[in-house]
Design a protein around this ligand. Structure first.
Ligand SMILES: NC(=O)c1ccc[n+]([C@@H]2O[C@H](COP(=O)([O-])OP(=O)(O)OC[C@H]3O[C@@H](n4cnc5c(N)ncnc54)[C@H](OP(=O)(O)O)[C@@H]3O)[C@@H](O)[C@H]2O)c1
Length: 350
């Protein structure tokens, strides 16, 4: 091989080596950019809404894209801290006691038992007719030194019949609960006077009588957008029917940019439907695997999916059981199995 040939081979080899190095650098840079984009998609300000504004329910999904929501919502609340950071900076416990169908006496007893067990969120409504009982249960717990008022988070709701005079409804709830402020007030369901009710809630929010405000039974993008169009204070919570057979994943994804948290009512399907929820094959299998009850698996699924959850009960043993969900964690695969139980079936249409 003469000198000239050697020089040519050396040049070609150098060019090939440089080309390989450049290719590797390009591949690595591209991959990094892709990863960055992926993680920043959890940031609400980077949300690219595929909002086509149809008035279809957004609650439905088959669970396929659920990981995005889960990671984002878990950044809003750490399950270990048992609290969520609402979009107004106020803290809300992520597991509460529901009181629908409880009489005043049952509500007082259940609230007291729940607080003793560790619950710090109580859900009631003007419509349930048990705000007085809830207030008494809270008062008893404060009087006995179990909690201070600021340790307990009370939610109530303005019922549709009261929408023509929402100020009065709020005053009434404050009086019946016997408290100076309510931690969260919700419009119970959409109605023709929504805007008027919302304005009233904002007025009481600004006066410090309501610490946060939100809506309930709003399932479509249009319904939510309508509220957002007039809201000066963005709703902190949307409380909706949400259970393994009807999962609010798409709505959750849609309201993410406002840091609105979905709160689940009927987490067990509600009275009369609990058996089919508890006996679902996936739930039963996981209860066996984690050595927990079906109720505990379902509650844990709600929490890990980024939902605040308020199982209802008037049974002290159930109340204890329902709070005992902070000592285990469902794996991602098991979460996915539950996401796939969804069949978009609601029990109620109010
Ligand atoms: N915004 C709205 O329109 C709306 C509508 C409905 C409900 N909510 C709220 O959401 C809350 C939850 O819904 P929900 O109470 O109707 O239904 P749920 O929580 O899905 O189910 C309640 C049923 O589950 C049973 N249960 C509770 N814990 C159990 C356990 N560990 N093992 C076996 N059974 C258990 C209860 O019976 P026991 O009493 O015997 O424990 C009751 O029959 C309500 O209480 C209410 O505060 C809001």
């Amino acid at each position: 091989m003469n000198k000239r040939t050697k020089i040519i081979i050396a040049i070609i080899s150098s060019v090939i080596i440089i080309a390989v190095i450049i290719t590797i650098i390009v591949v690595v840079v591209k991959k990094n950019n892709k990863d960055e984009k992926k993680s920043s998609s959890y940031n609400p300000s980077n949300q690219n809404n595929d909002d086509n504004n149809t008035d279809e329910e957004t609650g439905s999904n088959n669970g396929n894209n659920k990981d995005d929501n889960t990671n984002y919502y878990n950044s809003l609340f750490k399950i270990s801290e048992k609290n969520a950071n609402l979009n107004n900076g106020y803290k809300m416990p992520i597991l509460g006691l529901g009181t629908w169908t409880l009489s005043n006496t049952q509500a007082e007893e259940s609230v007291y038992n729940a607080i003793k067990v560790g619950f710090r969120l109580i859900d009631t409504a003007e419509y349930y007719g048990n705000e007085e009982g809830v207030g008494k249960g809270v008062k008893k717990s404060i009087d006995e030194g179990i909690i201070k008022r600021e340790d307990i988070f009370i939610t109530s709701k303005i019922m549709p019949g009261a929408y023509s005079n929402p100020d009065l409804a709020i005053e009434d709830s404050l009086k019946k609960l016997d408290v100076d402020y309510i931690d969260l007030m919700l419009i119970h369901q959409p109605g023709s006077n929504d805007e008027k009710v919302y304005r009233s809630m904002e007025k009481y929010y600004n006066a410090g009588k309501l610490k946060s405000i939100g809506i309930s039974n709003y399932y479509t993008k249009n319904q939510v957008d309508k509220v957002l169009s007039y809201a000066k204070i963005i709703p902190a919570i949307i409380q909706n029917e949400n259970h393994i057979f009807y999962q609010n994943n798409e709505l959750q994804k849609y309201v993410m940019k406002h840091k609105i948290i979905i709160e689940s009512w009927y987490p067990f399907g509600g009275r009369g439907h609990t058996t089919e929820n508890f006996n679902n094959d996936v739930i039963k299998k996981l209860a066996n695997k984690y050595n927990k009850t079906s109720a505990q698996i379902i509650i844990r699924w709600h929490l890990q999916a980024g939902y605040i959850v308020i199982p209802g009960s008037s049974n002290v043993e159930h109340i204890k059981e329902n709070y005992n969900v902070f000592d285990f964690e469902l794996s991602q695969d098991d979460m996915k199995e539950i996401y796939n139980v969804n069949i978009n079936r609601r029990y109620e249409y109010w």
